[in-house]
Design a protein around this ligand. Structure first.
Ligand code: 13P
Ligand code: SF4
Length: 326
């Protein structure tokens, strides 16, 4: 059972069983010609009902190609903004307004201007975990699935990489021929992890393959056998047909997709403290009831200024012309 806030015009709280919510969501998505996109970190019931699940890059591509009139984006705000930027003629809804991102909010247009002034002549590469306004002031975007190729693709040998300094450092290691200056942001969900905590898990599972997201710190990434985006993790497991156990250093929601794709394997979440999985509060704020109300009451719609869309679209389209790394 799910407790839901009363819809507009109602004063009473109601309990609606999940099965009923899913039935209503299925009816509404057909009636309204809507597509439901869900990030790999969403709660399992949302991943299971989505038309498409994926990483930031895969979902952006999907948003740019869909024939649907409405996109319901189950992820966080910057992802829904990217969908709107790539499909401005469509209506894009974010089911829960609390679905922000601490990394995205660590950079503003004003702070980007300051950094640009400090590093003149540097090409600005901005991780998609950023606002539309920041994207519009950047030369090109990247995701964790193509960051290395994006930086390699640039004519400039000097790069200002924003806002994630862990991803920036990882890219700098792969592209030593370029100077990569890192902005001072991190994802708190990933940055909490340390080599010591991964090592504690590894001691329990000494044969395990370690797969880490590049938003993790250097000591964690160095301990990993594979470093990749969330969808890259699904592909990475396939490279180890003989391995049984995998330690997964990213947000816990990823484990659901991994188990679905590889039911015979064991996936152990790397934990920030004993027994605590890595948990993104923004990714987990959306429930089935929010998806239902998003469709039923057409909320909360993403609305961006045309000039912001135009600037950000250039940065995203330049990125999408670069092939995936993983
Ligand atoms: P991916 O693009 O790898 O799915 O990562 C998104 C994200 O927010 C990671 O914290
Ligand atoms: Fe943002 Fe980190 Fe959550 Fe991803 S996991 S949405 S980067 S806070």
């Amino acid at each position: 059972m799910t407790q839901v806030a009363p819809p507009a015009g109602q004063t009473r709280f109601e309990h609606i069983p999940d099965e009923e919510l899913i039935e209503q969501i299925d009816r509404l998505r057909v009636e309204k010609n809507a597509v439901i996109l869900a990030h790999n970190y969403q709660i399992p019931p949302i991943q299971d009902l989505a038309d498409v699940t994926g990483d930031s890059l895969g979902l952006s591509v999907e948003a740019s190609r869909t024939d649907a009139e409405i996109i319901v984006f189950c992820g966080v705000h910057f992802m829904a903004e990217s969908a709107k930027i790539l499909s401005p003629q469509k209506r894009v809804f974010l089911p829960h307004l609390g679905a922000g991102c601490a990394l995205s909010d660590s950079i503003t247009v004003e702070s980007l201007y300051e950094w640009k002034e400090r590093y003149p002549g540097h090409a600005v590469v901005t991780y998609v975990n950023s606002s539309a306004e920041v994207k519009a002031e950047s030369d090109i975007c990247c995701t964790s699935a193509n960051a290395v190729s994006v930086v390699r693709s640039l004519d400039s040998d000097r790069v200002l990489f924003t806002p994630d300094k862990n991803l920036a450092r990882w890219v700098a290691d792969q592209v030593p021929e370029k100077e990569v200056v890192a902005y001072d942001g991190v994802c708190p969900t990933h940055d909490v992890l340390r080599h010591a905590t991964v090592d504690r898990t590894r001691k329990e599972f000494p044969e395990a393959v370690i797969i880490a997201h590049p938003e993790c710190r250097q000591d964690v990434v160095e301990a990993a056998h594979e470093v990749c985006s969330t969808t890259g993790m699904l592909n990475a497991v396939g490279k180890y047909p003989d391995a049984r156990t995998f330690i997964i250093a990213t947000e816990e929601g990823m484990i659901h997709q991994l188990k679905k794709r590889y039911p015979g394997k064991e996936f152990v979440p790397a934990d920030g403290c004993i027994g605590c999985r890595l948990h993104c509060p923004y990714m987990k704020v959306t429930g089935l009831q929010d998806v239902y109300f998003s469709l039923a009451e057409e909320r909360f719609e993403i609305d961006l200024d045309d000039d912001v869309i135009e600037g950000a679209r250039l940065s995203l389209e330049r990125m999408m012309a670069v092939p995936r790394d993983n």
